[in-house]
Write a protein that binds this ligand. Structure first.
Ligand SMILES: *[C@@H]1O[C@H](CO)[C@@H](O)[C@H](O)[C@H]1NC(C)=O
Ligand SMILES: *[C@@H]1O[C@H](CO)[C@@H](O)[C@H](O)[C@H]1NC(C)=O
Ligand SMILES: *[C@@H]1O[C@H](CO)[C@@H](O)[C@H](O)[C@H]1NC(C)=O
Length: 302
């Protein structure tokens, strides 16, 4: 919250106290087995065979053109942004080629809304914006590529499936601020890099960085659906989901990402509103309505 009121240089220390929690709080991940994440996929393979390979270009490029992308992230290449020069459009599109279903399902409005939702969530996770920032607080997505002053190395030693490597830090990196050994391990395995031995690649290669964010977006982790399924209209709430008010909409993607901290009656509404602010701006620019259930105040976290 405080970071919204701070200029970029000062917000560095405060950044990601909340946003790294987005993925960092993900204790729910721990204990999920690889074969549960990618049913029917063998172990030990390299590049994303779990995903259908694209015969044509990713659908997202026709919705988020290079000009649109650059107007979303007006300040990402400012000298004040530590990620300046990193998150270029070519890298985004190259990463998206690995996930052909991203922004490819449903009618045009649905696909635009999914694009806006993804861009909004990664913007919140990497924002350099503050209340009186030039062009407003929501023009500062993709300002950071790496968590500054991480409070720990995000090693969950109790996780033996994805054991930490000595002297490696699993703090937030990339557009979704991937965190923890139990996320770096499976992300690397799905995407073809050694997430445990080489977590640094996520902040070193923009294509890998975007792939980790898209992988997070596209991958369901029971009992959570994927953010993609929610925004693309594939989500089928269970009775428990209905009792918990977990119905489709942008707010449910926030619940999936960081519900434990931000959703429900005691949730922290400042980050929720920051996410919504980005979403509204991007939907407006793409010319699509924001849809229902923007926040998650009435939703029970997972
Ligand atoms: C985008 O980033 C990639 C990877 O660092 C680099 O190879 C490429 O030249 C960059 N493209 C532009 C247009 O800056
Ligand atoms: C880890 O860091 C310590 C302290 O810098 C160093 O002594 C040790 O050799 C390192 N271990 C590995 C495996 O790199
Ligand atoms: C669901 O939402 C309603 C208000 O719309 C609220 O009264 C109820 O407590 C919510 N249920 C849960 C489980 O949070």
């Amino acid at each position: 919250m405080a970071r919204l009121l701070l200029p970029p240089i000062l917000l560095v220390a405060g950044l990601l106290v909340v946003s790294s929690a987005g993925v960092a709080e993900a204790a729910w991940w721990s204990g999920w087995r690889w074969d549960c994440l990618f049913p029917g996929r063998g172990r030990g393979h390299g590049h994303g065979q779990g995903y259908r390979q694209s015969q044509s270009h990713s659908k997202v490029a026709s919705i988020v053109t290079e000009a649109m992308y650059n107007s979303f992230f007006l300040h990402k290449d400012d000298a004040a942004c530590p990620a300046h020069g990193f998150y270029n459009y070519t890298s985004f599109i190259e990463a998206a080629e690995m996930f052909p279903e991203f922004c490819a399902d449903g009618d045009l409005a649905t696909r635009k809304r999914e694009a806006a939702a993804f861009m909004a969530q990664i913007s919140h996770e990497t924002t350099g914006g503050w209340a009186t920032a030039p062009d407003g607080p929501f023009a500062w997505g993709l300002c950071f590529k790496e968590e500054r002053n991480p409070p720990s190395d995000y090693c969950d030693k109790t996780n033996t499936e994805w054991p930490c490597v000595q002297n490696k830090s699993y703090h937030g990196r990339g557009p979704i601020q991937l965190s923890w050994n139990y996320n770096y391990g499976p992300a690397g395995k799905a995407l073809g890099f050694d997430g445990l031995r080489n977590p640094e690649v996520v902040a070193g290669d923009p294509v890998v960085a975007f792939k980790t964010a898209l992988w997070f977006w596209m991958t369901p982790r029971a009992p959570k659906p994927s953010c993609h399924d929610v925004m693309a209209g594939h989500y089928q709430p269970s009775y428990a989901d209905l009792a918990a008010n977990r119905t489709a909409g942008f707010g449910l993607t926030t619940n999936i990402i960081n519900g434990g901290i931000e959703c429900g009656p005691n949730g922290n509404v400042a980050p929720v509103n920051d996410r919504i602010g980005f979403f509204r701006r991007y939907c407006g620019m793409l010319g699509v309505d924001v849809g229902p259930n923007l926040d998650c105040a009435d939703q029970k976290p997972y």
